[in-house]
Design a protein around this ligand. Structure first.
Ligand code: NAI
Ligand code: MG
Length: 354
């Protein structure tokens, strides 16, 4: 088994956590007997912008080619490039061009990570957030009128298409089907948002018929966010539109501790285009260059990528190694109260895997 992967480290701590992600991936290839062919790309970072006046070369698609997946660090260095330019010129372009319509994030409380919710133990919180990543509330349809007058108004439409809604729901139901509890929760607000959200609910109900073995329920987004905090144990797979999913996919990982360990996948499920795996955090200029960043977000993203590629055993092996290391205070990084460096933490995970 051989997989081509594109590697883009990006900026700031992206350049520090990426080598640790790769270190652990290489340990996994040796232990589980598969091969990764890495192609590193020196664009989609702000140094590239400083030299070329853009974040990526014009022919970036050709450069990237057809890898099995893209392994991404973090992008952004606001001293050189404003964030909206660096993000839109790189990551957001990749997500759009590759039609990565699923944003997937695990929410799992791990031992060794202080939980901001009182009284929760590892095992209590273990679910996935599935966010629609291409349409919904994030549309550019709308505009301003009568600017500067007392009739000034702004309008922005929400767009939901049958194709767009059904494909994200299908992904979420299929994910739920693979889980022991087989429970899907849909985020809605059909009491207040009276056109698009009832449509979303309708499509959930229709899609549920194709998955009779999956149970499902729905919550309005307001009580749903409250329940993330109050009763996180009731969730298994939670699916939401672009806006609701955005909120839930930040709130979920926040409920389980440090941003330094949270991973994410931007997925094009048909496999027509490559999917992209990256930590949730950004380039963290405040700690960049100090060798203190937590590499686990990058390493957990590596596990998600392997799972997606079908290397299920290797993915599980990485997660066991991460859990083993998190249990030992001396091996944790500063954000988790330890004093291990980025590299030391990455090495202990690679060793635990070997
Ligand atoms: P950030 O995630 O980079 O940092 C937020 C806070 O969390 C900082 O205090 C940072 O030190 C800490 N932190 C983040 N990752 C950590 C890790 N692995 N270990 C320990 N501590 C960690 O978000 P911020 O500060 O809002 O953005 C900084 C830059 O990153 C900006 O240019 C922004 O646009 C970019 N960004 C990029 C993202 C991406 O590439 N997907 C996502 C979020 C932000
Ligand atoms: Mg967000």
């Amino acid at each position: 088994r051989t997989y081509d992967i594109a590697v883009i480290a990006g900026d700031g701590i992206g350049k520090e956590v990426m080598p640790e992600g790769i270190r652990v991936l290489e340990a996994a290839t040796r232990r589980y007997g598969f091969t990764l062919k890495q192609k590193w790309h020196e664009f989609a970072n702000c140094d590239y912008y400083a030299r070329h006046g853009r974040m990526m070369p014009e022919n970036w698609k050709e450069e990237i080619g057809r890898p099995a997946a893209i392994f991404f660090g973090a992008v952004g260095w606001p001293d050189i490039v404003p964030d909206h330019i660096s993000l839109w010129g790189s990551l957001l372009q990749l997500r759009r061009e590759y039609d990565q319509y699923v944003n997937l994030r695990p929410v799992r409380l791990m031992e060794g990570v202080p939980c901001p919710l009182a009284g929760r133990k590892p095992g209590d919180i273990d679910f996935w957030v599935v966010r629609e990543n291409t349409e919904g509330e994030y549309s550019s349809v709308g505009g301003r009128m009568f600017e500067g007058t007392d009739r000034e108004m702004v309008l922005q439409e929400t767009i939901m298409t049958r194709k767009g809604v059904d494909r994200i729901l299908k992904f979420a139901f299929e994910l739920a089907q693979k889980r022991p509890r087989k429970l899907l929760t849909s985020a809605t607000k059909s009491n207040g948002i009276a056109i698009t959200m009832p449509y979303w609910d309708e499509r959930v109900e229709a899609m549920a018929k194709a998955y009779p073995d999956v149970g499902w329920n729905k919550f309005h987004i307001d009580i749903l966010t409250a329940n993330f905090v109050l009763k996180p144990q009731i969730f298994d797979v939670v699916v939401g539109s672009n806006l609701f999913g955005d909120i839930l996919s930040d709130l979920g990982p926040a409920c389980t501790g440090t941003i330094g360990i949270a991973p994410s996948g931007n997925i094009n499920p048909g496999g027509e285009h490559p999917s992209l795996f990256e930590p949730v955090h950004g380039s963290a200029p405040d700690i960049a260059g100090k060798n203190v960043a937590n590499p686990i977000g990058q390493i957990w993203s590596a596990a998600m990528m392997l799972e997606y590629l079908g290397e299920t055993e290797a993915a599980a092996g990485i997660m066991t190694a991460v859990e083993t290391v998190l249990k030992q205070p001396a091996l944790r990084t500063r954000d988790l109260g330890g004093s291990a460096s980025t590299q030391a933490c990455g090495k202990s995970i690679a060793d635990a895997l070997s």
